[in-house]
Design a protein around this ligand. Sequence first.
Ligand code: SF4
Length: 189
Amino acid sequence: DTKSVVPIESLDSLSVKSFPLCMRQLHEQLRAAHHLKHGGRLQYGLFLKGIGVTLEDSLRFWRDEFTKIMDLDKFEKQYAYNVRYNYGKEGSKRNYSPFSCMRIISNTVGQGDCHGCPFRHCDVSNLKNRLQGYGLDSQSIQSVVEMTKKGHFQIACSKYFDAVHNVDLGLGINHPNQYFEESQKLQGE
Ligand code: SF4
């Protein structure tokens, strides 16, 4: 495995350029609220592991955000375990894989949750607003929304990919980490 290590200092820019929308929204929510619920920590934490963020960096990343709203002791007691767990360092010590699109799309997402697939779980007007806020052109937004409405969530994701990268690839997206790798490839890493 020659995958390079991704420093957490680059996550803000990567989230804009190379994260699928499901992960971009979790990243932004974490930065804004300094917290994510369990489902979000799991989905985003495993994704970060998958792109090449080390355990040490992951701990620092979550700690830096969470300790903006809680003391260090609480973070260490209630949250650090989960970060290590994602890396197979606690509990049954399994090497957990990042979730696929199928897994994420079939998740149940409650009110106030930010995990899941935004094409599946966000309402369309929110989705539209967000894409406008990101500066996507209206034609691209239209095609994303159209696929979303038809229930073709992964095709909507592929349209989002094309819009962000200004290409017309029509990739089949089946995993958020695959999305990331395709994006990095396109940008010459
Ligand atoms: Fe994430 Fe997959 Fe949904 Fe795209 S289709 S936003 S990669 S879960």
